[in-house]
Design a protein around this ligand. Structure first.
Ligand code: FES
Ligand code: FE
Length: 431
């Protein structure tokens, strides 16, 4: 059976060529390709786990996922951040069944094995009377560690032993990611919102990565009610292919400074002069870190006053047609209380689970997934169009790295994303 899947996957992948500007719809619907993604992609990339501000105190923890593996991220009693499989070494029960908290130890609910928040197995009920010679080697039975690395307070983890260091993985994307999560000390307010949508995970990932184009049409009503500027508000700016499947769009120029005026000196000390210039002229930002971490900075009007919001997104693959969305609201730690509250309101109103932009987007993603799945599609292979921006030359004078194109309407990032996706699935590289 495993061999059959392998050869079916190989045959299907051999037909895909992202640079042609056409992709088969099956990339969003084929269970074999999803199986291959779970076996390879999510084992060979860095996955975002948590923002350091979610676990500020010793003993704080959150439970997260890498691909389909449950993971605990904990700040140990020694102050160090670690991650572990949420899996008891006795029978494999989850040792932690809540989403966040503070604890010196995790006690397995099945038979009571107890693990310190640093991962070591510290206690086994009745150990002396039930194990040979009254003991087992507890030193060998700590929670399985997960390799983590931290960039700008963003904690990433990977299950792959061969995965390159995080900074190398992020590559040129670091320069652009800095504008989102490194422009000032940031904090996450509240636990992340999570909800499940019947969509393939790549549709939203690709939307944030490459698709400024939909804003004009899908979100037109928001412009019409005066919450966003008119007409081509989404087109002006830059399309950035940072390489490695990472990329973003930068809306520019700005009519107003998007951020808290009081923090200008903070931004200037956290960023390079070139980065500050891009930040100053930015009017929106969206992007994706390959494969499934996205971000967005959006400027909206609430009660007729402009305010921006920053959110990061994880598209967790539950099944080929099921995605759990994780959405964090981020704000500058040193922003004024008024700014933080208005920004949070703007987030809830626009991109929270019931936000008006979010509704527009989700309707498209779930409808596409359903519409591309089914017998008719199998009878007639469906091809989708990814040709926007083909042949366009990158700018030679943009301050940031990567291939940067004038104007945000392009699918260059999608072609680059699916190239890396295809290479990884084809090589079958994994843990
Ligand atoms: Fe955890 Fe038995 S499964 S103690
Ligand atoms: Fe949208």
């Amino acid at each position: 059976e495993a061999h059959d899947v392998k050869s079916r996957v190989a045959q299907k992948l051999a037909l895909i060529e992202p640079e042609s500007g056409n992709l088969p719809a099956s990339i969003f619907t084929d269970p074999d390709l999803f199986y291959q993604e779970v076996r390879t992609l999510f084992l060979s990339s860095w996955q975002f786990l948590a923002h350091a501000s979610e676990i500020p105190e010793n003993g704080d923890f959150v439970t997260r996922v890498i691909g389909q593996q449950d993971v605990i991220v904990a700040r140990g009693s020694d102050g160090e951040v670690r991650a572990f499989y949420n899996l008891c070494r006795h029978r494999g029960m989850r040792v932690c069944r809540v989403e966040h908290g503070n604890t010196p130890a995790f006690r397995c609910p099945y038979h009571g094995f107890t693990y310190r928040n640093t991962g070591e197995l510290s206690g086994i009920p009745q150990e002396k009377s039930i194990f040979p010679n009254g003991r087992v080697d507890k030193g060998q039975l700590g929670l399985y560690p997960v390799r983590i690395e931290i960039y700008r307070d963003m904690i990433f983890g990977t299950l792959g032993s061969q995965v390159e260091p995080l900074e190398k993985f992020l590559g040129n994307m670091r320069w652009y990611l800095d504008l989102i999560v490194g422009r000032a000390p940031m904090e996450v307010l509240g636990p992340p919102h999570r909800w499940i949508v019947p969509s393939n995970w790549k549709i939203p990932s690709e939307n944030f990565l490459t698709d400024a184009y939909h804003t004009l049409f899908s979100h037109r009503s928001i412009s019409e009610i005066g919450m966003a500027p008119k007409a081509d508000f989404a087109q002006s700016g830059y399309h950035v292919n940072a390489g490695g499947g990472h990329g973003r769009g930068i809306g520019s120029p700005a009519d107003v400074f998007m951020f808290d005026e009081g923090l200008r000196s903070t931004f200037a000390s956290a960023l390079s002069a070139d980065q500050v210039r891009v930040l100053e002229s930015m009017k929106n930002a969206h992007g994706t870190v390959f494969p499934n971490l996205s971000f967005l900075v959006s400027l909206v009007k609430v009660d007729d006053r402009p305010i921006s919001l920053t959110t990061i997104r994880l598209w967790e693959p539950l099944d080929v047609n099921q995605t759990r969305i994780w959405s964090w609201f981020l704000v500058e730690k040193d922003a004024s209380a008024d700014w933080k509250e208005r920004s949070r309101q703007a987030y809830i109103l626009t991109f929270g689970p019931s936000g008006i932009f979010e509704q527009d987007d989700t309707e498209n993603w779930t409808d596409i997934t359903q519409n591309l799945t089914g017998p008719a599609v199998e009878a007639k292979p469906v091809e989708l169009l990814y040709q926007m921006g083909m042949g366009q030359h990158p700018l030679t004078d943009f301050a940031g790295p990567g291939d940067v194109y004038q104007g945000k309407y392009s699918e260059a990032n999608a072609r680059s994303f699916y190239r890396r996706w295809l290479d990884i699935l084809t090589r079958g590289e994994g843990a």
